[in-house]
Design a protein around this ligand. Structure first.
Ligand code: NAD
Ligand code: 89Y
Length: 343
């Protein structure tokens, strides 16, 4: 079967990972790149040997010649670019955060549904090797029915040097990083009915919140805590690891710093190393994220070829994005938010 041809919009900091991963993916290649910043366009075009280069997405769509688009811009342009893809009947991948508001996100899902094109959000954290290992252990019934969980990301890593815009927005950690942790909580314990959140800004050099503590009521009756911080200075920096604790009717799972997975149940305790692979182009400590970029891109191609729904389809991601909005709303009003009423 011939490979799919893709076009990438947004040649910034994170797109480098996406382009490396596309080189490794079986069944797809990037044939055109687009960025309104000529320096970034040249850098990515030259580094990855892509001849077709555009400063304007409309012109690229008009020229065509590709089967899907990978939108790697920051959130401000997501709605316009996804709707452009839908108008041109081109399946689209959109980076997180999916949209600026839940209403925008719903409109984007509807535009792609009406156009009959696939839409996947690049919500890659659930594709990380350690997270997949936790999902597999649960599916194998290792701890029975989980009734409680904690999904924790606490770090003092300087994310601002690579992504300076993160210091400038009114919103920071929930929208940027907590969005992944909330998605992992949904992936592991299922959809959420209600949410309560508290936030803080500790770092005086940024505008948004850098600490959030979020309590989730899952539809299946489980309770979990999602706690995220970029103001936590530890002797051994854990970036970018998500740590997980799960208690179930028949045992417990602990995913701890250093990618150790411990499962305790009636048969005793097993300890496994669930470290991500260090891909040829990857570098520590980002390799965990980088491997998941490859995994989600391969999933995009495989499901597109089968005509099957993606794990993080636009429709699925509305349920994660609603948690982001609910968290800000809850923190602002000091109230518990009914998440189901938002969807
Ligand atoms: P960036 O600012 O470095 O790059 C964005 C690029 O898009 C810039 O070069 C800009 O010129 C270009 N651009 C913006 N609007 C455009 C438009 N309408 N047409 C053409 N080009 C346009 O940003 P980044 O750090 O690479 O982040 C991009 C996205 O990736 C963000 O949404 C961020 O949250 C996300 N991200 C995801 C992960 C992950 O693990 N999934 C990790 C880091 C960043
Ligand atoms: O932008 C963020 C993301 O999606 O993963 C980590 C990050 O790069 C910084 O928080």
């Amino acid at each position: 079967m011939t490979g799919l041809k893709g076009a990438l919009i947004g040649c910034g900091f994170f797109a480098i990972n996406q382009m490396h991963a596309w080189n490794d993916v079986d069944g797809a290649e990037i044939v055109a790149v687009c960025d309104r910043d000529p320096e970034r366009l040249k850098l990515v075009g030259d580094q990855f040997g892509v001849e077709r280069r555009y400063s304007d997405a409309e012109t690229m769509f008009a020229d065509g010649g590709f089967d899907f688009v990978d939108i790697a811009t920051t959130v401000q342009s997501h709605r316009a670019l996804v709707e452009m893809a839908a108008r041109n009947k081109i399946p689209a991948i959109c980076q997180k955060p999916f949209a600026k508001t839940l209403d925008d996100a719903k409109a984007m899902v509807e535009a792609c549904r009406a156009a009959g094109v696939a839409l996947m959000v690049h919500e890659n954290f659930r594709w990380q090797t350690p997270i997949q290992a936790v999902r597999k252990a649960l599916d194998a019934g290792a701890i029975g029915t989980p009734f409680w969980g904690r999904f924790s990301f606490r770090s003092g890593y300087d994310v601002f040097s690579g992504q300076p815009y993160l210091a400038e927005g009114e919103r920071f950690i929930i929208e940027d990083l907590g969005i992944h942790t909330l998605d992992i909580a949904r992936y592991i314990l299922g959809d959420v009915s209600a949410l309560t959140a508290r936030t803080k800004r500790v770092n005086p050099g940024i505008k948004g919140e850098d600490v959030a503590t979020i309590l989730l009521d899952h539809v299946n009756g489980a309770t979990s805590v999602v706690d995220v911080s970029y103001a936590t200075k530890l002797s051994k920096e854990p970036f970018p690891e998500t740590l997980i604790e799960l208690d179930g009717s028949e045992g417990t799972i602990r995913l701890s710093q250093g990618y150790g997975l411990e499962i305790t149940n009636g048969r005793g305790t097993t300890v496994m190393d669930v470290s991500p692979k260090l891909l040829s182009w990857a570098s520590r400590p980002w390799h965990n994220i980088q491997e998941s970029v490859y995994a989600i891109e391969q999933h995009w191609v495989d499901q597109l070829r089968r005509g099957a729904e993606h794990s993080t389809s636009g429709a699925d991601n509305l349920k994660t994005f609603a948690l982001v909005e609910a968290a800000y709303d809850s923190a602002a009003r000091g109230q518990t938010i009914d998440v189901r009423a938002m969807l």
